[in-house]
Structures are given as C-alpha cells and as structure tokens.
Design a binder for this molecule. Sequence first.
Ligand SMILES: *[C@@H]1O[C@H](CO)[C@@H](O)[C@H](O)[C@H]1NC(C)=O
Ligand SMILES: *[C@@H]1O[C@H](CO)[C@@H](O)[C@H](O)[C@H]1NC(C)=O
Ligand SMILES: *[C@@H]1O[C@H](CO)[C@@H](O)[C@H](O)[C@H]1NC(C)=O
Ligand SMILES: *[C@@H]1O[C@H](CO)[C@@H](O)[C@H](O)[C@H]1NC(C)=O
Ligand SMILES: *[C@@H]1O[C@H](CO)[C@@H](O)[C@H](O)[C@H]1NC(C)=O
Ligand SMILES: *[C@@H]1O[C@H](CO)[C@@H](O)[C@H](O)[C@H]1NC(C)=O
Ligand SMILES: *[C@@H]1O[C@H](CO)[C@@H](O)[C@H](O)[C@H]1NC(C)=O
Ligand SMILES: *[C@@H]1O[C@H](CO)[C@@H](O)[C@H](O)[C@H]1NC(C)=O
Ligand SMILES: *[C@@H]1O[C@H](CO)[C@@H](O)[C@H](O)[C@H]1NC(C)=O
Ligand SMILES: *[C@@H]1O[C@H](CO)[C@@H](O)[C@H](O)[C@H]1NC(C)=O
Length: 438
Amino acid sequence: MKPPPPPPPPPRPLPPALIVLLLLLLLSTPIATSLSLPHPPTPSPTSSPASPSTSTTSTLDPKQVIALESLNIPTSRDPCAQPSFHNATICDSSKPFRHLISLRLANCSSYLSLSFTALKSLSTLRSLSLLNCPLSPVRLPPELASSLTSFSSVNGFRHISGVWLSQLQNLTSLTVSGGQVKASGPFVILAHMTKLKTLTISNANLTGSLPGHLHSNLTFIDFSNNRLKGNIPPSITMLDSLQLLNLSSNSLAGEIPSSLGDLISLTNLSLASNSFTGSIPDSISALPSLLHMDLSSNQLNGTIPKFISQMKSLRYLNLANNNLRGVLPFNLTFIKRLEVLKVGGNTNLCYNHSTISSKLKLGISPCDKYGMPVTPPSKDSSADDSTDDDYDDGDGEGIRHKKEHHHGPNKFVLGVAIALSSIVFLIVFLILCSKCCR
Ligand SMILES: *[C@@H]1O[C@H](CO)[C@@H](O)[C@H](O)[C@H]1NC(C)=O
Ligand SMILES: *[C@@H]1O[C@H](CO)[C@@H](O)[C@H](O)[C@H]1NC(C)=O
Ligand SMILES: *[C@@H]1O[C@H](CO)[C@@H](O)[C@H](O)[C@H]1NC(C)=O
Ligand SMILES: *[C@@H]1O[C@H](CO)[C@@H](O)[C@H](O)[C@H]1NC(C)=O
Ligand SMILES: *[C@@H]1O[C@H](CO)[C@@H](O)[C@H](O)[C@H]1NC(C)=O
Ligand SMILES: *[C@@H]1O[C@H](CO)[C@@H](O)[C@H](O)[C@H]1NC(C)=O
Ligand SMILES: *[C@@H]1O[C@H](CO)[C@@H](O)[C@H](O)[C@H]1NC(C)=O
Ligand SMILES: *[C@@H]1O[C@H](CO)[C@@H](O)[C@H](O)[C@H]1NC(C)=O
Ligand SMILES: *[C@@H]1O[C@H](CO)[C@@H](O)[C@H](O)[C@H]1NC(C)=O
Ligand SMILES: *[C@@H]1O[C@H](CO)[C@@H](O)[C@H](O)[C@H]1NC(C)=O
C-alpha cells in the first residue's frame, strides 16, 4: 500500500528535487529565527504572518514576574519555558507580554504569605492550585475570581469560608481537601457555580446538608470525611452525568432513595460510614455501569437484593458492618468475577454452604436449612470436609482478593521450578557453546 517514495498525487506530481528544496527550507526557518533573536524578528518569507506557537520572543509580564518572586518561585529562568520549575507555571502566548494561566504552589515554606497585590497581578490565571501550602486566605480580587476555571487546595488554605469560595463562579473544577471549610452548608458554596463538572470538598469538617439542587453537569462529587447531616435528597436523580458519588464518613441518615437507580452514568458509589437505615433499594442493581459500590458501616437491614448478582460491571462490593440478614444471594460465578467482596459484620447474614465454599472466608456463618446463620458454637453442624477455619466471624471483615484457592500453590511452585531450571540449563548451554566455538 505504501511505496517508499511519496505517493504521486494525481494532478501535479512534484519533482523530487523540489521536495528536497522544500524540506531544506522548512528546516532552515527555525534556525533563521533563532539566529535573529537579538534583532527585532524579521519575518521569514515562508512563515505565515500569525503563528502564535512560535512567539518565543515575548516574555512574561514584569508585574507577574514580581508576583512570582513574592511567592518564592525562581524567575532567573523564564517561567514560561516548558517544562517549568516543578511544573509550577504555564503561560499563554500573548504579546508583547505573555501571561500566566496556571500556577501551582507546592510545599511552601511556612513564612510564605499571599498578598492581595500579588493575586491582583495574577488575575490572568485560569487555574490555581495549592498543595501542602498552609497559607492564610486573603481578599480575592474580582478579576481573578472570574478568571479562574479550576481551583484546588489540598492541605492549602488552613481555613476557607464558603463565601470566599462562592465567588469563584466560573469554576469547572473545585477541590478542597484538608483545612476547614466554614459554611452553613454546601449550597452556600455551590449556588452560583453553574459550570461545575468536578467537585471535591473532603476532610474539611464541612457542616450542613446536601443541597436539594445541584447543577446537572456534575460528573464527580466527593464530599467524603465531613460532618454533613440529613438525607440524600431525591432530586439527586437530576445528575445524569454523575460518574462518581462519594459521601463516605459523614453523618447522613435516612433511607437510600430508590431514585439513586436513575444515575445512569454512575461507576463509583460510596455511602460508607454514615447512618443510613432501611434496605438496599432494588433499583441500585439497575445502574448499568457501576464498578464500585461501598455501603459498609451503616445500619442497613433487610436482605441483599438478588439482582445485584446480575450487575455485569461490578468489581468491588462492600456491604460489611450493617444489619443485613438472610441467605447471601450470590453464586460462585458472581463472586469469582468480583475483585473485592466484603459482607462480614452482618450477624444475621449467612451463606448457603452447598453453593459457596467455606474456604472463601466471607466472615459470615453458613446457613441452616431455614436460612438462618448456624451459631458459631455448633461448628460440626456444617459437616464439611474442609478444615476447621470455616467461619471466622471474630473480625467481622470478610476480605477477599482474587486468589486461586483451587489448584493451590503446587502448580505455582512447579512452574517456578521448571522456569528456573530451564534458565540454568540455557546458561550452561550458552557457556558450553561459547567455549566450543571460540
Ligand atoms: C511536569 O509535568 C510533566 C508532564 O505532565 C511530567 O512528566 C513531569 O514529571 C513533571 N515534572 C515535575 C518536576 O513535576
Ligand atoms: C513536595 O514534597 C513531597 C514530600 O515531601 C514530595 O514527594 C513532592 O515531590 C514535593 N513536590 C514538589 C512539587 O516539590
Ligand atoms: C465568567 O467568564 C466569562 C468569560 O469567560 C466572563 O464574561 C464572566 O464575567 C465570568 N463570570 C463570572 C461570574 O465571573
Ligand atoms: C475538624 O474538627 C476536629 C474536631 O473539632 C479537629 O480535630 C480537626 O482538626 C478538624 N479538621 C480540620 C481539617 O480542620
Ligand atoms: C452542560 O454541558 C453542556 C454540554 O457540555 C452545555 O451545553 C450546557 O450549557 C451545560 N450546562 C450548564 C448549566 O452549564
Ligand atoms: C471515598 O473517599 C474515601 C476517603 O476519602 C476513599 O477512601 C474512598 O476510596 C472513596 N470511594 C470512592 C468510591 O471514591
Ligand atoms: C472506581 O472503582 C474502580 C473499581 O474499584 C477503581 O479501580 C477506580 O480506581 C475507581 N475510580 C475512582 C475515580 O475512584
Ligand atoms: C429496617 O429498619 C427500619 C427502621 O430503621 C424498620 O422500620 C424496618 O422494619 C426494618 N426492616 C426489617 C426488615 O427489619
Ligand atoms: C449465578 O447467578 C447468575 C445470576 O443470578 C446466573 O445468571 C448464573 O446462571 C448463575 N450461575 C450458576 C453456575 O448458577
Ligand atoms: C442452598 O442451595 C441448595 C442448592 O441450590 C438449595 O436446594 C437449598 O434450598 C439452599 N439452602 C438455603 C438455606 O437457601
């Protein structure tokens, strides 16, 4: 299909000499411009008049250079050259001066302080990120507030008020993790962020309740490790682009709304370590792309919906430490497909020992013929040929990673032995060979 010379274009085939000439010309233009650096740029005959990518001559706005210096970011080397020092800065290509569009402060010294003046001269930033920079927040220049589309503070500001964050109305991405976020509720922060796509406010002691209305373009919500109260509003169903919902480690309560089954894009869900009650809604098994479901450490009761075993995408399932009861409705085919299954810590939950081997160590007891857990003292009742570690309900955590129980270590050891001996044989053979031949 591809002959070595360039394929002859039907209308006007170029003579090879012309191609070589064109190549030479192309190669020579960058050299020419870089040589003419000290002089005002002389437009080379071939280059198009407007080519923003080759604006090597303009430098960073001097006001922004001063602002960077006040933040201890070295400017002896051009901060616009990529990759920049610790990837801290990215510039646009405007003229006569370039401007910063992204700034990342990491591992700041404890003496560092932000000033309003510095922030004001950085109002061209579209992305600002603080990582391990325990700064004190300052007044936010309105120009910066409207310019930012991405803000991230991970162990950054020691405390931020919701009102401060709420000024960032053009954000598509907001991350605050670590440090106190003071607000009467998430709605204070989010009410006007209509463009938000990804939202993380975690480990921030955030109080209040989940907003009744969230903007429908959100794909990622992580509110883990806060102090949110109340229940999940049924209006959550509006978020049909939502892929991840993490509400773990809060004080949320009430039932899991069955409308959660409407979040058709959801892949990762954690409601772990809250106070949710009632049963697991059947509708949850209608989530077509769910990979990861963690409902552990709540007060969920009732039986486990058997439809869960029809969730084709599911890889991680944690239902541990609830009040679930009855027979675990999963067969071996389903369990083998999972990477993690945890069901321990549910005292009235049991497994059918004629379908599931006790060797899986699920952390629950086998069932008696009435579907009730056999009580641990009457161990012998399971009349199994397996060893005595049938059920270890002491820890309440049935942890299982994918491992091969069945043809055990013997095959593995054999394989390693064969591999090792063939390598040794090969080496000996090669040595002998080289001695013979030389
Ligand atoms: C800068 O970013 C590039 C690409 O994202 C990455 O490969 C490189 O390791 C980063 N350098 C530093 C010092 O973080
Ligand atoms: C910040 O510090 C951490 C650990 O001390 C280190 O791993 C990381 O590379 C540092 N990051 C930067 C951008 O200096
Ligand atoms: C958001 O950005 C647009 C330009 O992209 C700007 O006109 C507008 O004022 C900004 N809005 C806010 C609330 O900052
Ligand atoms: C949250 O509150 C607890 C108890 O008041 C406190 O110990 C902890 O440091 C706070 N966390 C943050 C990130 O401020
Ligand atoms: C949501 O995203 C779509 C497409 O990306 C866009 O047309 C729409 O305006 C966005 N909605 C809001 C509220 O920003
Ligand atoms: C939720 O957040 C917790 C703590 O931040 C984390 O350990 C867990 O993996 C997250 N789960 C999901 C589904 O994102
Ligand atoms: C979602 O869950 C899967 C399966 O447990 C995991 O591999 C992946 O990292 C999770 N994604 C996020 C963003 O936490
Ligand atoms: C589950 O708990 C709720 C209260 O939290 C109770 O009303 C309900 O009867 C319980 N259901 C079962 C099957 O135990
Ligand atoms: C296991 O359960 C699934 C779903 O309930 C079912 O489709 C499958 O046929 C069962 N497999 C066996 C071996 O019973
Ligand atoms: C366990 O499974 C067997 C075979 O599928 C079935 O006959 C029996 O009724 C089940 N026992 C319980 C308690 O569900």
